[in-house]
Every structure is written in C-alpha cells, then in structure tokens.
Design a protein around this ligand. Structure first.
Ligand code: ADP
Ligand code: MG
Length: 238
C-alpha cells in the first residue's frame, strides 16, 4: 500500500494546457475512481503518476517521497491499460514475467510470482499460449497478471474493461476489487461507466476542464453533487 499525494499539478502539451492545478491526497489502501469527460486529462494524470509523462509543475509524492524525477520502474507502481499492451511474440508466462526478468530477479522467484498470479487470475492453463490465441477477457487477465507479479504498492487502471462485454465487465469488476483487497494495494481506476464507479470506489474524483470538481464517496456525489457536471455524471447511469 502507498499514499499518493498530488500537489498543484499542472500539465501543458506545448502551449496547450490540460491540467490547471490538480490537488489530491490518496490514502494507503484506498480505491479511487477517476471520472470525467473524454479529453479532460485522466490518462495524462495517471501517466504522470506512473512516470510515463513529466509534470509541467507541481509535485507527486508516494509515501511522502517526491518522485517527480524517478523513472517508472523505480516507482513501485503498475499500470493496466484498456488496450492490454501485451507483447504478441511472447507467451502468457513470458508476458507476465517480463518486468521481473528486466530486474534480473532470480528464476525461482519469477516462477513462484508468475505461478501465484496465474492461480489468482485463473490463467494456469493458458501460460504457454500467445496473446492472439486468447479472448479479450483472458488478455485483460494477463495484463492484470503482469501488473501484480511485481507486487506493486499501487495500481493505476486506465479504462481496463471498456473493450469487454457487459457480463465479463461485471465479473472482472468483482475480481479487480478482490485483487485490490488481497494485495493490500492502493488503486486509481479511470472509467466512463457509472456503475463501475459506484461499485468500486471508496472515493470518486470527478474531473472536468482540467480541474477536480469534487471528491467524495459515491453516496456523497450522489446525494450532494457539487455542480451540474457531477450531477449529470452520477445521475444518468448508462
Ligand atoms: P482523457 O484520458 O481524460 O480522455 P487525456 O489525458 O488522454 O484525456 O488527454 C487530455 C488532453 O491532452 C487531450 O486534449 C489530448 O488531446 C491531449 N494530449 C494527451 N496526450 C498528448 C500528447 N502526448 N501530446 C499532445 N497532446 C496530448
Ligand atoms: Mg484516457
């Protein structure tokens, strides 16, 4: 688990401003769901926390330590994308162990980490397959397996279930919640899906036009939306 402090974060691409000063304190073990319209900067914010994108100004702290200048691999954070981003030429097992092999982890440790992750996610029978021989749901499981083998302190999920059908989304939602609890992680989860937001979140962060509009429990946002934007998002489940 990790606390994540986002302090006065601004981000521009060239002269184009995307985030106008985002402040957010995420507690150890929290499940935060980040919502907001397309283009409002959700992915950019996750990528900055992961270290895949630099900040224009402001600080990101993990467990109190400023990480602005740390490489992604040194941040103890794993990211799961909508597009899976699996290596097509590697088996499921090799996809899952890749980050450990990069870190020159001992073979026995890798085998046990991959074995554990595979059994948590029901991937044991698929370990020798290539990604193209998997269904969308199975690929997303591999992407999650790859994220959990390193036992990161925090998970960042960027619309991980958007490509899946409704039944599978519901099943995966439950599994993500369980993994978060089992691994004692801190999670930030971006979604467009109101039901996902309401069922997964300890707190929801609603963003619009480059600023945080409201932070609160699902019930807070439902009962006392700060403005029409938040009311519109929570009020029209789709
Ligand atoms: P969201 O995930 O909320 O849909 P993004 O964070 O992907 O939004 O994008 C926020 C804004 O920043 C968009 O206007 C997008 O076009 C722009 N943007 C994102 N990444 C880049 C980039 N690498 N270069 C230039 N503009 C970008
Ligand atoms: Mg996005």
């Amino acid at each position: 688990m990790a606390s994540i402090d986002i302090q006065s974060i601004r981000k521009s691409f060239g002269t184009f401003p995307v985030l106008h000063g985002v402040d957010l304190t995420i507690r150890d073990g929290e499940f935060i769901v980040l919502v907001g319209p397309s283009g409002c900067g959700k992915s950019t914010l996750l990528r900055m926390i992961a270290g895949l994108e630099g900040v224009t100004s402001g600080d990101i702290r993990i467990d109190g330590k400023r990480v602005n200048d740390l490489a992604p691999k040194d941040r103890d954070i794993a990211m799961v994308f909508q597009s899976y981003a699996l290596y097509p030429h590697m088996s499921v097992a090799d996809n899952m162990s890749y980050s450990l092999r990069l870190r020159r982890t001992a073979k026995e440790k890798i085998a046990s980490a991959v074995g554990n992750a595979a059994s948590k996610l029901g991937l044991d029978p698929l370990l020798e397959r290539r990604p193209r021989a998997l269904s969308g749901g199975q690929r997303q499981r591999v992407a999650m397996g790859r994220a959990i083998v390193r036992q990161p302190k925090a998970f960042l999920f960027d619309e991980p279930l958007s490509n899946l059908d409704a039944r599978l989304r519901e099943q995966m939602r439950a599994e993500i919640k369980k993994l978060h609890a089992d691994l004692r992680a801190t999670s930030i989860y971006v979604t467009h899906d109101q039901i996902e937001a309401m069922t997964l979140a300890d707190r929801i962060v609603a963003m619009h036009a480059g600023v945080v509009q409201q932070v609160g429990t699902p019930l807070d946002l439902y009962d006392r939306p700060a403005n029409l934007f938040v009311a519109g998002f929570i009020g029209s489940p789709g």
